[in-house]
Design a protein around this ligand. Sequence first.
Ligand SMILES: [Zn+2]
Length: 227
Amino acid sequence: MFVGHYGVAFAAKTERNKIPLWVLFIGVQFLDYIWATLVLLGVEKLRVIKGFTAGSMLDSYYHPYSHSLIAAILWSTAAAISYRPLCRLLGYAYKRSTALIAGVAVFSHWLLDFIAHPRDLAIYDNTWKVGLGLWNYRGLEFGLEIALLAAGIILYLARNVMPAIRQKAVIVFGIALVVVQIGDTYVPRTPLTDKGTAVGVWIFYTLFVLIAFLLEKIGRRRQTDVS
Ligand SMILES: [Zn+2]
């Protein structure tokens, strides 16, 4: 699962909870940030094999600390607990319910990976592996990614007050994410190394976080002038 995760981030942000979109963008991919870091450190293991599944080249045969169910629950809990100090540090509004939303956003990653991944998600440590394997059906998996993203963006636009220029920018960003997903799913390429893949994850995910941050700045001054 790739851009589908961002559908959850868009859907989670409302005018009431005021969780910054960029924070949710980190949240929904938090487990992959841990994973990419641990792959770079040689702790978690990954093989990149052309045609491993129809929709993905990733054979994540050892990722107990980032992607086991128990680890996902622990990381989600840690995210919910650390959300308050994070808000204080960054000067963002905090409510107890927002900490819960942040935790659920982190956990949503595991649920969506569970749908897409072939049986490589351990319940705990590296045993009892599960995964519905939608990646074996390329068109279906791609359709789910796009449906999740589109639904998230529609909810985001409906539940947040913003100037028209930002609405347009959100839609353009959504289209760009669809293009990225088309490239990832359908454009043939030579597999990167395991470490190269992890670096790519860091670069692309962080680029999207940065765009999400800038997106919520667009037309901000005009908006405050009006109110
Ligand atoms: Zn993942």
